[in-house]
Design a protein around this ligand. Sequence first.
Ligand code: MN
Length: 485
Amino acid sequence: MAQGHRPDRVGEQIRDVLSEVLTRGEVHDPGIGFITLTRVQVTSDLQIARVFYTSLGDPKARTETARALDRATPFFRRQVAGRLRLRRAPELEFRFDESIENQDRIEQRTRIASVRRLPFLNRIPDPGSRIPSLMTTTPVTTDAAVRARIAEEIRSRRRFVLSSHVRPDGDAIGSQLAMAFALREMGKEARVVNRDAPPPPMLVSPGVPDIVVAGYTDDPADAVIVMECGDLKRTGVEGLERGFVINIDHHLGNSMYGSLNWFDATAAACGEMVFDLIRELRVPLTREIATHVYMAILTDTGSFHYSSISPRTFDICRQCVEAGVDPPAVARAIFDSNNLGRLKLFGAVLSQMDLDESGRVATVFVDQKLRRETGGTYEDTEGLINLPLTVKEIQGVVFFKENGPDDWRVSMRSKGEVDVNAIAKEFGGGGHKNASGCSATGTFEELKLVFQRKLLEQIEKAGNGQQAAGSNTVDSGQQVADRNQ
Ligand SMILES: [Mn+2]
């Protein structure tokens, strides 16, 4: 492949990059459907690359695919330029491969490949190695395809361990318990293993008593399903890595650690994905399952506040309510179950809130001293960070929690286009655009100035925080983003 003349070589490289991008599910446009790249033809001046593909489906689906590819073209081109280190990547033109002969061949391969279970799909190729050439002639996975694969694996296995991130939130607990109830409906065995106990408001949830709180498991069963967790290490549960791991998540930066990876950043909650999977498994939507899905969505959208909400979110919720969920009861259980220590802690933290000179960046902190005085815990600070954002002028919040001397957990929230994920990434953390976290060391006073400055920079980049009234949008998974540290 390294030989041959340059346009051919570049064509093959482009095909490899695009296959990889598609296979790893980096494009989240369901319109793309189930496509196969057949060949890439590059003009001799390297200006244009024609990317030929086939797709399975009717003419309507084909049109959709063509449109989706059009929309994604700038993204693909950036990927090509970045990965092949080209100063100027060729223009990409996607073309449906009309050759019937080719179509037959592909369909045949599809069948063969699915029997062989495409072992390399959804695995990150070793960065040092070439992408297997087979990949370029194999159907790429899309959300629907990988979900179908996961369903197939679940049907063929009997015992499951379910896990999620440390300090689980509503989406973690909701997704896991919905899945656990669904698996049990199928007559399977499901064990939920988390390093930390569920937060107090979720303790009323049916199924919580079955959660095993442990940092180790010596029995990864027939498969491990990790939901709502960006990296396997973040489960805090050792021993899971010895199992067949199914990774289902919606966090940007998911490390694709599973034997099967289903990643969908467009989901407002991991619970949405779990819902779709349960439907795929044709498990009836019982009240227990529906309640946990609803809880996941309610909490991960900040009670339906955030920009990640889509029509799909409400469609799922509608089905949950039809299945017997009682929304006011769930809301009361989750939001109106504070303890007094938490309320006092909120009061103490907010009374010490600091605003920068612009009045647009708020800083709050909790140290050990404050915690002791109010009798609250760090878990009690959940949700506190969102309160400063209810002030119209405030565009970003930094929340410092003291881990130890000069050692802080830093959580950030922002509105609209203000990107706090960019700041968190500088410190080795991450999350979402409007909700991110990291760790930092230093004195509170110096860190406060550093983060205030960085947030102000992001606010200015986003257009001085000049936003339309009512654009108080915070991304999903915001409680989780705190923990992405
Ligand atoms: Mn989530």
